[in-house]
Design a binder for this molecule. Structure first.
Ligand code: PHE
Ligand code: FE
Length: 291
């Protein structure tokens, strides 16, 4: 998930000045490696035909299914050759400026731990499965790779203007929960969806959520929920569109946003390109926390 909140003010003991820690791959237990294999197999039951081409291609190029948690040394050699990105481990949530600085330098930060066998479906903090399986395949795509680097630089600017909430919404509705149009229909590219078996089906097939054409300013005004399936997904036409829309100077947009209000998760507003008008029944019934 997006690391926009932090717990510590200084790197904890054992972490470097840039907050990174060694992956320490040799220390993973057999059970932890099996958890990766179980989660990987489960996702592959649902992702063909649902994940976008760039994701599936990246997954294959990185070879993340050699048995157990990937060793970053081997994975990074492949990733770096493709787009110049590498993945580094951090001890948990890191301060915004640290997060943005890593992205701006094509380093993606990942948790080191993997979820426990009794938490396969739901966890509060992103683990190495979400961070690596969910995020890293997309970093093999040149357009997405450029977008993420630009996002890191844009984060530094937005922070200096006090506009991080706006930029965080963009991350949420693209990097974490984005959908894309492809020749075969809607496909997933967001890491929060592709790393969840249940949301992968829900995001594309459930009648409940709204699905709306991506509009940069609209997205930056839209609130989001972190506790359950999304009530709205935004759909891009291509990764090239995402890159082009976001590489423009946000100066004028930030000026307009200062006077614009926020939009609630289930709201449809004038100008929306409504792809699916959701019933919102899942959320109305109380979602996953329903009795
Ligand atoms: N273009 C944005 C700006 O001028 C930076 C940015 C790029 C933000 C990509 C998010 C994603 O601030
Ligand atoms: Fe994430």
């Amino acid at each position: 998930m997006a690391d926009f909140e932090h717990v510590f003010d200084a790197p904890p003991e054992g972490a470097a000045a840039d907050w990174t820690i060694p992956q320490n791959w040799d220390a993973y237990t057999e059970v932890e490696h099996q958890t990766w294999d179980t989660l990987y197999a489960r996702q592959m039951e649902v992702l063909p035909g649902r994940a976008c081409e760039a994701f599936l291609r990246g997954l294959e190029a990185l070879d993340l299914n050699t048995g157990g948690i990937p060793d970053f040394a081997a994975m990074n050699a492949k990733l770096k050759a493709l787009t110049g990105w590498t993945v580094v481990c951090v001890p948990g949530l890191v301060p915004d400026d640290v997060f943005f600085d890593h992205l701006a330098n094509r380093r993606f930060v990942s948790g080191q731990f993997i979820r426990k066998p009794d938490q396969l479906d739901y966890l509060q903090e992103p683990d190495i499965f979400h961070d690596v399986f969910g995020h890293v395949p997309m970093l093999t795509d040149p357009d997405f790779a450029a977008y993420m680097e630009a996002y890191g630089k844009g984060g530094q600017r937005a922070a200096s203007l006090g506009l991080l909430p706006n930029l965080a919404r963009l991350y949420w509705y693209t990097v974490e929960f984005g959908l894309m149009r492809e020749a075969g229909g809607l496909r997933i590219y967001g890491a929060g969806i592709v790393s969840s078996a249940t949301e992968s089906v829900f995001a594309l097939e459930a009648p409940s959520p709204n699905r709306i054409g991506f509009d940069l300013e609209r997205v930056m005004r839209t609130l989001y929920r972190i506790d359950d399936f999304q009530q709205v997904y935004f759909v891009i036409d291509s990764l090239d569109q995402l890159k082009r829309d976001t590489l423009q100077d946000f100066g004028p947009i930030y000026q307009r946003l200062a006077g614009a209000g926020t939009i609630a998760v289930e709201e449809i507003v004038p100008g929306d390109e409504v792809i699916t008008r959701g019933t919102q029944t899942y959320a109305a019934r109380g979602g996953r926390f329903a009795a």
